[in-house]
Design a protein around this ligand. Structure first.
Ligand code: ADP
Ligand code: MG
Length: 697
């Protein structure tokens, strides 16, 4: 027997209701915030004598003739006359109801586009109804919709939602900034945007400068800031191990010993961010910090020092990287640094042999492995830490929210049995532009390494047509003759791995023929892991002069002797991706270059955004500037990869133009939370309802 609990009477859901749900229009407030795409003016009747060709008009006229013609195509032709002139209405698809309404003698109200047809004026498939009834006072909204959801149904639903939604004021008195112009209430703003009066300037609505739009932007950004603030407070209420490293801990001198062993001094920027992380780790609230630094700025050693702080205090650390090659490179580097200190590092990856994996899992569970390095394998359920205190995620933007949460979920307990949350350090070479950092990532602390290690020479970037391929191959010859190494990156055609592969293989053969006496290697994503490793090791060890690869080298690999990178079909890569790739060279003291080779395909010229990307690459090497332009070219949705995380993006505010509102919301949110907690709660509830927070890391 099935029981139906109170308030959940079984309801049949109509296709239109289902479509509403599909649009995410569940609550009254969701409906009220579903704004029109555009408007139609049905407030006026135009005389046929006054209309011109192509005009969208509404007329009122009498049907003088109505007939179905049976020519090559059956159609309904209706002649109407409004006293000033005549017009033909034509319907290629029609129902008996058409004929019934459009019967001779009937007065009808018709809306459509006027065309000067062969036999005089006509409207094809106009909308119509019996004339009479008051004209609407406001413009008619046309909403974004989906199949199965007619405008009329949606309009009624939206008006219903707007009428029922609680739109009481949540802004504290005096909060509206003077520079913003007149204050409109939320109700005024929404009622206006759903049904503007016909005399309004649509330009101000379209460019979102209208006071009604200002109100919505302010509301939305404030909701975002308040929810992030809430997330931050929630995090502060959690407990993490207090990592007293150095003198207080069981292994006081690990960091000092690593610093002494390194062949270089930390840059000032590295020292500063390392100290910031150290301060976080000594707090009992979980760290939630993003370490950003351009490619080659030296994030790995900072991560190693953070790991040592954790180990000095007697806890375990985990480091996760998005690809096996990258994870392996970290592993090797970290083993090289930690083994001399007498520390054990465990390796975890999906492709590992069962016995090796069992040994790793045992060492992790027993706490013998002080550091665990690996791929996604690190967050699998089977992996049990004895006492995990710090989780480090490299190239954080490559991981989804769920994966980051899973790593945070590997919690330990303290002596009193309370659950402890691990500290979280995320690293990224794709800097987050300021406005994004302040909005979507507002609940994150950010440290930036804004200085490259000394002795790096700038990378010269050249944008070159594919037609000059021979010159480039000759240039590679010069580089390898002087003992330098070269990357050749092959195009990315996502639809077809097979074509990628053929292309890479052909280039590989071409370069082998052109460079007798030098080793040219090939690396692509379909190769077995073991083979990939062998190739990578040969290149890293200097036995291989040229490495032809598909984008598997995209992130993180570090071969300081590589001084030239050629990117084939550079026009197919995204800007951040190009920047990451280019960062593989210029890591040593030798002068380095990056050649962006493009092909215009069938067309005479490159597309506009492709050209903008390549130009940006040639003009700047500054990762922040690149990220800013990338945001400009792609928009925040793609930049954030929000679609994969499923969290809502800003719908009304635009970070590129609404920085002033962002600053306002940032200032107001903490004041509001302290002084008007009720209003703050109401505001967030209204905007986010059951949904989770806005996008965050
Ligand atoms: P990324 O920030 O891109 O991850 P890495 O951590 O891979 O950069 O560092 C790039 C290279 O610079 C490595 O070879 C690393 O050993 C070296 N390096 C890091 N810090 C310094 C420093 N302060 N001085 C000189 N070389 C450094
Ligand atoms: Mg790195």
């Amino acid at each position: 027997m099935t029981t139906v609990s109170a308030g959940q009477a079984p309801k049949t859901t109509s296709p239109a209701q289902k479509a509403l749900q599909k649009l995410g229009l569940a609550r009254d407030m969701d409906l009220a915030l579903h704004l029109p795409l555009r408007y139609e003016d049905e407030t006026r009747i135009t005389r046929l004598a006054d209309v011109h060709d192509g005009q969208l008009v509404q007329i009122e006229a009498r049907v003088v003739r109505s007939e179905v013609t049976l020519g090559p195509r059956r159609q309904l032709k209706v002649q109407v006359d409004d006293g000033s002139d005549r017009c033909l209405l034509r319907f290629l698809n029609f129902y008996p109801s058409h004929q019934k309404t459009l019967t001779e003698g009937a007065m009808v109200r018709v809306r459509g586009e006027i065309r000067g047809g062969f036999l005089g004026r006509e409207m094809v498939h106009p909308s119509f109804k019996i004339a009479g009834g008051a004209l609407p006072q406001a413009l008619t909204p046309v909403y974004p919709t989906v199949a199965q959801l007619p405008q009329a149904y949606l309009r009624k639903a939206v008006m219903g939602g707007l009428g029922r939604a609680d739109l009481s004021e949540t802004l504290p008195p005096g909060a509206w900034p003077r520079w913003a112009g007149p204050l409109w209430t939320l109700r005024q703003a929404l009622e206006f945007l759903h049904q503007p009066s016909p005399d309004v300037s649509l330009a101000a609505i379209e460019d979102r400068s209208h006071p009604a739009w200002q109100r919505l932007k302010a509301e939305e950004l404030l909701a975002q800031q308040l929810s992030q603030l809430e997330a931050r407070h929630a995090r502060d209420a959690m407990r993490s191990p207090v990592l007293r490293s150095g003198q207080g801990g069981p292994q006081p001198a690990l960091r000092k010993r690593l610093l002494q062993a390194l062949p270089f001094e930390l840059t000032r920027a590295q020292q500063r961010v390392e100290a910031q992380i150290g301060a976080d780790l000594m707090r009992e609230q979980p760290m939630h910090r993003l370490l950003q630094g351009d490619v080659g700025s030296g994030k790995t050693v900072v991560a190693a020092l953070a790991a040592l702080r954790c180990i000095e205090a007697g806890w375990q650390c985990a480091l996760m990287a998005p690809t096996e090659i990258l994870a392996e490179q970290h592993f090797r580097k970290l083993v090289g640094w930690l083994e001399p200190l007498g520390l054990q590092t465990a390796w975890l990856t999906g492709s590992q042999k069962a016995a090796e994996r069992r040994a790793s899992l045992a060492a992790i569970a027993a706490g013998q492995a002080a550091l665990v390095v690996g791929t996604h394998a690190v967050i699998e359920d089977k992996v049990q830490f004895k006492q995990l205190a710090l989780a480090i995620i490299d190239e954080q933007h490559r991981f989804g929210v769920a994966q980051r949460l899973a790593l945070r979920g590997k919690m330990s307990c303290d002596e009193q049995g309370r659950t402890l949350e691990p500290h979280l350090l995320m690293m990224s070479a794709t800097p987050i532009p300021r406005t994004l950092a302040m909005s979507y990532y507002a609940d994150l602390d950010v440290s930036t390494i804004d200085e490259l290690p000394p002795g790096r020479s700038p990378i010269v970037t050249k944008v070159v047509n594919q037609a000059r391929r021979d010159e480039i191959v000759a240039r590679i010859g010069e580089q390898v003759a002087s003992g330098r190494q070269v990357y050749w990156v092959c195009p990315l055609i996502e639809e077809s791995e097979a074509i990628d592969l053929r292309n890479a293989t052909e280039t590989h053969a071409e370069l082998m023929a052109a460079l007798p006496g030098h080793t040219v290697g090939l690396l692509h994503s379909r190769m077995p892991t073991a083979e990939k490793k062998t190739v990578m090791a040969a290149f890293a060890g200097g036995q291989m002069a040229v490495l032809v690869s598909t984008t598997v080298i995209e992130v993180g690999v570090d071969v300081p002797n590589a001084s030239l990178m050629v990117i084939e079909h550079a026009e197919r890569f995204g800007l951040s991706q190009l920047h990451q790739l280019r960062g593989r060279v210029g890591r040593g003291a030798a002068a380095s270059a990056c050649v962006l080779m493009y092909s215009t395909g069938d067309g005479p010229r490159l597309g506009e955004t492709a050209r903008a990307r390549l130009q940006a690459m040639a003009q700047t090497q500054d990762g922040f500037e690149i990220a800013r332009r990338d945001l400009e070219i792609r928009g925040p949705g793609e930049f954030l990869g929000a679609r994969q995380s499923g969290a809502p993006l800003l719908r009304f505010a635009d970070l590129a133009t609404d920085g002033q509102w962002l600053d306002w919301a940032r200032e107001l949110a903490p004041i509001m939370r302290d002084q008007h907690p009720q209003l703050a709660r109401g505001h967030v509830q209204r905007w986010l309802g059951g949904k989770s927070e806005f996008v965050k890391a």
